[in-house]
Ligand binder design. Sequence first.
Ligand code: HEC
Length: 171
Amino acid sequence: MKRRKIQMMLPVFAGLTLLSACGQNDEAGPVSDSAGVELANGLTVKEQIEARQAQLKKMGKAFKAISDQLKASNPDLAQIQAAAAVVPKEAADMVDWFPEGTGPDSGVETEALPVIWEDKADFNDKVKAMQDAAAKLETVAQGGDVTAVAAAFQTTGGTCKACHDKYRLDD
Ligand code: HEC
């Protein structure tokens, strides 16, 4: 009895699966692809996203260089100072890196979450908090006190994380 019921149900399930698969293709339409759309700053959406990712990569690299030195038994101050100067420089115009239309809906691969454009004021506050902390880190690094550098580095890293936790995918 039980067995026959299952056999009768199977074709129904198969049919439903097929229908929903068709429905997705027909009704959702193609994924929006605005990669080539030109933004007000003259860059295409794709160029803008790739440009900011390149900047962020430079910041990440500089950050890792500082971290590596701070972990070393004999930190190289010159390397710390050079890397600490990179972040404020590369991040100077970060508020302009996320114009409307450069989220995941563009079809370009990005870890930027759509929520950025739901609360841009908060996002920009977090940019500013990072810029302020990074500027302080650079100044402290010039001062040469490695313990103070470690503290300023922690603070700056906290501002990166505060934004990533909320606005970046999978971090
Ligand atoms: C105000 C928000 C914000 C702050 C502050 C911030 N980030 Fe990010 N970061 C992002 C977002 C959003 C992405 C994803 C960008 C994308 O994929 O388009 C990202 C991506 C990155 C990436 C990956 C880049 C890539 O594509 O490979 C690195 C590395 C990175 N951030 C480092 C840092 C460092 C280091 C700091 C602090 C000094 C920092 N970020 C501060 C928002 C922020």
